[in-house]
Design a protein around this ligand. Structure first.
Ligand code: PLP
Length: 434
């Protein structure tokens, strides 16, 4: 049971954001971190820093964790990303144990040298076939795949045209690859087209990469991929789609929105992560040509100069793809969607506003950061674990509670979560009156 909370909270803990500390000044690179720490610690002392928690148990539908202050918390878990609940699947655990027996625990090298295992090679083939694409290459994380595919292919004279809400790994990759980074408003295809038109009017000699996600991780919405791909053909640009959040857990036979929109095998480049659905860490890029795969292996720094997936990770993800593709995968996706629908419905009935379309990401609008922090602080006492999301992950003033749904959640879990959030908001509003 968490310690009782004081209602008297200093306003500095409810105002300000990470933005205030993103560009500290001064010659001492380490000294200048102190100001951020003071603000963070003020929040921590008042129970308002709900980040950097550590699980004390399997991150299943009910779990225990520790705040970074050391305070124990626990309850219904909507804070872990394991959409098909594969991380607790007996076949996955057995596969991981067998991989340790056979290969040990360490890949012991980059995939550009001798770090890949036979499972990793088989996994590359499996992902390519899953997406109807000729080739795929693994990366140590999804972040590395997003950053690495851009840094590997785009050069300073080239251009990037990106959805403004594209994930940090894509934004960082873009910034490090070229100064020619152009953003269009979230899911604004007209904006995307006018950028392509104006870039091509002045430059037909260099490349353009257009970057979007098949399911946006904070807004739970999807772009029209067919229209974007067609636009890219028209302007001789290359489309990159990040399918981290929907691949495996949505769409026909788990093919996500790419499958839903009948675009299997038709997107130029698809990248993804194993950390949401495939019970492990790691990422991939799927492409249309062996030459692209080979180029990435040797010119994409997070692939070339980083250790390959561990044998356990590669074996686990391979097994996860097997489950995703067979009848059990279909049953898990049905259960997941039933939970998503029930959660969105329950939240709606309590008057909450939920972002986007049904997906495993259920983001509840909490509005300004101050109230959102107070709500998040109250959640553990009502037995709900869910992540507060603030700037820079979402725009200022649009804080939200991100609930990530799993196939194994029960209707009782969903009911408890809605009741807990309702009570937490009531308490937080009382705290806020002061
Ligand atoms: C859209 C998107 N792309 C990429 C990543 C990075 O994936 P990983 O956690 O495997 O590094 C994430 C995870 O936060 C994500 O949400």
């Amino acid at each position: 049971m968490p310690a009782p909370l004081e209602s008297d909270v200093p306003s500095a803990a409810l105002t300000g954001s990470m933005r205030d500390y993103a560009a500290p000044r001064g010659a001492g690179l380490q000294d200048r971190t102190a100001e951020f720490f003071a603000w963070q610690d003020l929040r921590r002392k008042h129970g308002l820093w709900s980040y950097a928690r550590s699980t004390q148990d399997v991150p299943a539908t009910v779990t225990t964790a520790c705040e970074d202050s050391g305070a124990p918390i626990g309850g219904t878990n909507f804070a872990s990303q394991d959409y098909l609940s594969l991380s607790v699947h007996p076949a996955i655990r057995q596969t991981a144990q067998e991989a340790i027996e056979r290969f040990g625990v360490h890949s012991a090298g980059s995939s550009a040298l001798m770090g890949n295992t036979s499972h990793a090679v088989a996994l590359e083939r499996r992902i390519a076939d899953f997406l109807g694409m000729p080739e795929a290459i693994l990366f140590p994380t999804g972040w590395a795949a997003g950053y690495g595919v851009i840094k590997g292919l785009v050069r300073p004279a080239d251009h990037l045209v990106m959805d403004s809400r594209a994930h940090a790994c894509l934004q960082e990759g873009a910034r490090s690859a070229t100064g020619n980074v152009h953003h269009f408003r979230h899911n604004d295809l007209g904006g995307c087209r006018s950028l392509l038109r104006s870039i091509r009017a002045g430059d037909s000699a260099n490349g353009i990469m257009v970057v979007t996600e098949s399911l946006f991780s904070m807004d739970s919405d999807a772009p029209d991929l067919a229209a974007m791909q067609e636009m890219c053909h028209e302007y001789n640009a290359t489309l990159l789609v990040d399918a981290a959040h929907d691949l495996g857990n949505m769409g026909p036979r788990g093919r996500g929105f790419i499958g839903e929109q009948a675009m299997i095998g038709k997107i130029d480049l698809v990248m993804g992560s194993f950390s949401k659905t495939f019970a492990s860490n790691g990422g991939f890029v799927a492409c249309a040509d062996r030459s692209v795969k080979e180029y990435l292996r040797f010119f994409s720094p997070p692939c070339t100069f980083s250790n390959a997936l561990s044998p356990v990770q590669a074996a686990t993800v391979l097994k996860a793809f097997e489950i995703v593709e067979d009848a059990e995968g279909g049953r898990l996706r049905d259960r997941l969607m039933a939970n998503i629908t029930a959660l969105r419905h329950g939240l709606g009935q309590e008057g909450f506003s939920v972002y986007g379309d049904p997906s495993a990401i259920v983001c509840v609008d909490l509005g300004p950061e101050g109230l959102a922090r107070l709500v998040s602080r109250r959640l553990p006492e009502f037995g709900l674990l869910a992540n507060l999301v603030e700037f820079p992950a979402v725009p200022m003033g649009k804080a939200r509670l991100r609930m990530q749904v799993m196939a194994d959640h029960t209707s009782q879990n969903v009911h408890d979560a809605v009741a807990a959030l309702t009570s937490a908001v009531r308490s937080a509003k009382a705290d806020d009156i002061r």
